[in-house]
Ligand binder design. Structure first.
Ligand code: NAP
Length: 282
């Protein structure tokens, strides 16, 4: 039996074991995927276990995504540029760190036929998810990417960090709640919420990160929040007949990318989507 899992602290909220387990079953693989609650002081010891031959790899979630960066043997370009690892692959005892949030985001966009090339986007937030998304959009040659964070210094730093990747993408930071942000949202083709605003059980449950009057039908609204799958922001997008993408789709797509890295097989995405939705609804 081969081993896979997810490490975090705490880990009880993760639905990855449900949809990764369903994927392993659908592909008839003799492997199990287990959640592990690992405290920061135990991280290094745990990773040394993952080098054993029975391990295919692991997912990494909060609060370890940055902490594992110096502990792996090799990093993919995405993981290095984003500065965070959410997937580790055991290649004959060497641990290789990847970040599948960027590819998962692009795969979810591709699923609705949205091509970022030359398009204008606004990204709300400056944390790990925002870094992955700004990286993905810049690498995909978006026309313009505007970052808004409640901490102006972090928004400015994110723009500086990604500037060298730009093959023509204009990167800009604007103030949270500013008139400039309103103007940018009104002219954008894509709005991404990469903050926890709207998340069940979070400090801003039931809230939306922007004023509903800023949304228009030509906009595609992408919420990284996946619980609930239909957030207040997505509800407002639906009311103006804008296209809406749930964070649940990004979660499933980043999981599919991880599955493909570990197994070399196509992920059974429909099985994973169904299992994830059932886990949240249950
Ligand atoms: P993070 O690193 O903690 O960053 C959170 C960002 O949101 C920070 O910029 C933070 O600002 C900002 N923020 C938090 N509360 C805010 C508020 N009330 N008003 C304005 N800004 C606020 O977290 P993360 O890992 O990037 O995750 C962000 C969200 O993305 C979470 O909801 C997470 O579940 C989701 N996510 C989804 C997926 C997926 O596959 N669907 C993958 C990764 C993440 P400060 O710096 O000022 O605190």
């Amino acid at each position: 039996m081969r081993r896979l899992g997810v490490i975090g602290h705490p880990i009880g909220h993760s639905i990855s074991p449900v949809f990764q387990g369903a994927a392993l079953g659908a592909r008839n693989l003799d492997a199990e995927y287990t959640p592990y609650d690992i405290a920061p002081e135990d991280l290094e010891d745990f990773l040394s276990l993952v080098r054993a031959p029975e391990w295919l790899g692991i997912n990494v979630t909060i609060p370890h995504k940055q902490a594992v960066v110096p502990l792996v043997d090799e990093l993919s370009e995405e993981a290095r540029e984003i500065g965070a690892v959410n997937t580790i692959v055991n290649r004959s005892g060497a641990l290789v760190g990847y970040n599948t949030d960027a590819r998962g985001f692009l795969r979810a966009l591709d699923g609705i036929g949205f091509d970022p090339v030359g398009r204008d986007a606004v990204v709300l937030g400056t944390g790990g998810a925002a870094r992955a998304i700004v990286y993905a959009l810049t690498r995909s040659r978006a026309g313009r990417v505007v970052v808004a964070g409640r901490r102006a210094d972090r928004a400015a730093a994110l723009v500086v960090d990604m500037a060298h990747l730009s093959g023509g993408t204009e990167l800009r930071a604007v103030g949270w709640g500013s008139d400039e942000l309103e103007e940018e949202v009104r002219r954008a083709s894509l709005l991404v919420n990469a903050t926890p605003i709207g998340m069940r059980g979070g400090g801003a449950e039931g809230e939306s990160p922007v004023n509903a009057s800023w949304l228009q039908p030509r906009l595609t609204v992408f919420d990284t929040v996946y619980n609930p799958p239909e957030t207040p922001l997505l509800g407002e997008a639906a009311r103006v007949e804008a296209r809406a993408v749930s964070g649940l789709e990004m979660l499933v797509c980043q999981g599919a990318e991880s599955f493909e890295l570990w197994t070399g097989l196509d992920a059974p995405i429909e099985v994973m989507r169904l299992a994830a939705r059932e886990a949240l609804e249950g």
